[in-house]
Design a protein around this ligand. Structure first.
Ligand SMILES: Nc1ncnc2c1ncn2[C@@H]1O[C@H](COP(=O)(O)OP(=O)(O)OP(=O)(O)O)[C@@H](O)[C@H]1O
Ligand SMILES: [Mg+2]
Length: 231
């Protein structure tokens, strides 16, 4: 799953890192230019250097986000803000969605309680669900290329749950095979590993939650992650 997700993300990462790199290069040339004046325009050169520092920090942030997402650190339970987890994943998939002309909508409720969990693992779940949703839309017309991620709080079975749902208008899942999508190595994709949902479901279970799939009334499917809310 890591390898496939990384492969799919490589282009997005390159795209994300390329912007600050291009800006660094442009500001570097500008700075040299300002220093070449007689007398050198020190204030202008200083502004170019400030911009270079900001852009290198931006590039560094992108890299460290990706490293955190892919690292195999031992599970660390902290109070996680599910909205922040979603917000952390969106920049990683944004350029892939844009490239494939899939509209990505995020609706995050402000009042969502925290959950006790491993933020990196929960990010992996969100990443898997979003990549699957984009894959499901890929071959369809523009009006069917829509993915939404929503967070909310639900009450049931005597407890409060944080719900994170990813819904798409993609090709949907044949009811005959729907029971198999969470199996390890079950895939219908030529380059798929079939591990995304299997790993995601075990992460959900390890957090005392659940991951379920339901077909939408019209098109596509909805994957719902429910995690116990912290008191
Ligand atoms: N949103 C979706 N719409 C339609 N089919 C889906 C969706 N999500 C999952 N599936 C089906 O479930 C299968 C298993 O998904 P899973 O994420 O486990 O593996 P994968 O995406 O094929 O490969 P990878 O290991 O790279 O994630 C997919 O191959 C696909 O057939
Ligand atoms: Mg997948």
């Amino acid at each position: 799953m890591r390898v496939t997700a990384l492969g799919e993300l490589a282009a997005s990462i390159a795209h994300e890192v390329n912007q600050p790199l291009a800006a660094i290069s442009a500001n570097g040339s500008a700075g040299l230019n300002w220093l070449g004046f007689d007398p050198p325009r020190v204030q202008n050169a200083r502004e170019a250097l400030v911009a270079i520092v900001a852009d290198s920090e931006r590039a560094g942030d992108i890299i460290s986000r990706i490293r955190r997402l892919l690292s195999r650190c031992p599970s660390e339970r902290t109070a996680c803000d599910v909205n922040a987890i979603v917000s952390g994943v969106l920049p990683l998939v944004r350029s892939q969605f844009e490239r494939e002309h899939v509209a990505l909508d995020a609706e995050m409720r402000a009042d969502v309680p925290t959950v006790l969990g491993d933020a990196v693992q929960l990010q992996q779940v969100v990443l898997n669900l979003l990549l699957n949703a984009a894959d499901a839309c890929r071959e369809l017309g523009p009006e069917r290329r829509r993915v939404a991620v929503r967070t909310s709080v639900e009450h049931g079975r005597g407890a409060a749950w944080v719900a994170l749902v990813v819904t798409d208008t993609g090709k949907g899942i044949d009811p005959a095979t729907a029971g198999r999508i969470f199996e390890a190595f079950y895939t219908t994709k030529p380059e798929g590993l079939g591990m995304g949902l299997s790993i995601s479901r075990s992460i959900a279970l390890r957090h005392g939650g659940q991951l379920t799939m339901a077909p939408n009334p019209d098109y596509g499917v909805t994957l719902s992650l429910r995690l116990p809310a912290q008191a």
